[in-house]
Design a protein around this ligand. Sequence first.
Ligand code: AVI
Length: 325
Amino acid sequence: MRPSAAFAPEIPASQSSAFAADVRLGLAASPKTLPARWLYDAIGSALFEAICLLPWYPITRAETAMLDRMAPEIARALPSVTDVVELGPGSGEKLARLLAPFARRAMRLTAHLVDVSPDALDAAERTLSRLARVHVVRHHAAFEAGLRQATAAPRSGGRLVAFLGSNIGNFDPGPADALIASIAAALAPGDGLLLGADLVKPERVLLDAYDDPLGVTAAFNRNVLARMNRELSADFELGRFRHRARWNAEAGRVEMHLVSAEAQQVRVPGAGLVVTFSEGESIWTESSYKYEPEGLASMGIRAGLHVVNQWVDADARFALTLFVR
Ligand code: AVI
């Protein structure tokens, strides 16, 4: 069934063809996969904001509280910063807290927001409007492309790149290293990188975080099927797919899957595909890597950065690491 006009979002042609290309590649592969960035349309972004409020998902709360405590120290360690780039700002709430002590200085700050979701950019821009002397520049792009755009812009002082919320965890180790290396390459000597990342914790705690009892994460995951229905005229029946989170201890990651409850065929005309599922076969929709504090420090060091400080919330098992080039 096609979506009613009221729910049909405006999709730029380049976005929808990139989605179709990823769906074509991912659902024809074995195992079937989809890049996690497609979880974030308007509904997915709203569901992710709801996940951040859940008692079982500690990342956002822990990091927000740490930023409130540590932002003045971070601002003191980077006295010349006038240009802040955040990759994946979400609601912008954490960036507002990070920027508060910077914005109290006399100089004008430029905040570059990089996100694939226009809804997230709208929300973050609204949140930052409460800070005086902060000029917002939006980059509707994936992280690497947005980073290139943001760092090509002229700047009057030092630069801080904020990569928070354990967004790094959604990258496999090779691409994660490559992204940190690109960030490091965009920094001049004295510029900073603030990396917020989730740490390994007991399996039960991780499974509750990624398969919460309210079913919000399940809805977030299943929404990518609904998105294929809306944007690619697919005929996925959402009830025939189960949300599954599994802790892969060897790889150090939580995986999200959509598991076909039965053998079935699904048509995805917008991607030129008919997809066959066997019972129990899954689409792997996201990996969330979990780290040890030393591993996070090494990631920056491998990219030529120095660790200024690392703060660990021992209860939530979350780390903020400040690097300088
Ligand atoms: C955005 N990202 C860091 C979240 C995570 O924890 O991997 C996305 C998420 N997936 C399920 N719950 C939250």
